[in-house]
Design a protein around this ligand. Structure first.
Ligand code: IMP
Ligand code: MG
Length: 187
């Protein structure tokens, strides 16, 4: 297991086993809900959603396709959304009349996903649903419907399992809370 994160880790919020079990459950629920679906497309929102997608897809027992989209809010390095979102990389698939499930790491203010969903909805998919590993519901600034949530979490900055701390530590196998003091002191 990587060790380089240790000084920045305040506590482990969701450990590896808890993550694994919940991802299995989500995969089973999605498998049931889409049992009759002939054309399911998972769209992973990069970069944070990538670990979640890889694990989740292995528990979705329905033939499906995958595609990838990168979105960001303006203000590089900022840890909060500004409300102005842009698509940095678009999917290559056509989604008209297909069943689309977005796979995201975390929903915070909701601005990113609101914009992504509007963009995809305009392309007229047969259905458009949203699955997020983490949800910070208390931080929501714009209303969005979330169909599948792995974990509701408090308003703490977290990293690991795809989520970054200044672009690093996405490789950690658990979700950790950042030690803001250590970060401020430049550790
Ligand atoms: P929103 O537009 O405010 O919902 O922001 C969503 C994006 O902000 C996520 O896709 C993440 O990339 C990032 N983000 C929000 N909270 C966290 C966090 O606690 N850790 C790491 N990234 C976060
Ligand atoms: Mg994200």
């Amino acid at each position: 297991m990587p060790q380089s994160h240790k000084k920045l880790l305040k506590e482990v919020l969701i450990d590896e086993e808890t993550l694994r079990n919940r991802v299995v459950e989500l995969g089973q629920t999605i498998t049931r809900d889409y049992a009759d679906c002939k054309d399911l497309l998972l769209i992973c929102i990069l970069k944070g959603g990538v670990m979640f997608l890889c694990d989740l897809a292995r528990h979705i027992d329905i033939p499906h396709s995958m595609d990838f989209m990168a979105a960001s809010s303006y203000g590089i390095g900022a840890r909060t959304s500004t409300g102005t979102v842009r698509i940095d990389m678009d999917i290559t698939s056509h989604i008209q009349d297909r069943h689309v499930l977005i796979v995201e790491d975390i929903i915070d203010s909701g601005y990113t996903l609101h914009f992504v969903m509007q963009t995809l909805q305009a392309r007229k998919p047969a259905s458009l649903k949203l699955c997020t590993l983490l949800n910070k519901a208390s931080r929501r600034e714009v209303d969005i419907t979330v169909d599948y949530v792995g974990f509701e979490i408090e308003n703490k900055f977290v990293f690991g399992y795809g989520l970054d701390l200044d672009e690093k530590y996405r490789n950690l196998p658990f979700i950790g809370v950042v030690d803001e003091e250590a970060l401020k002191n430049g550790i």
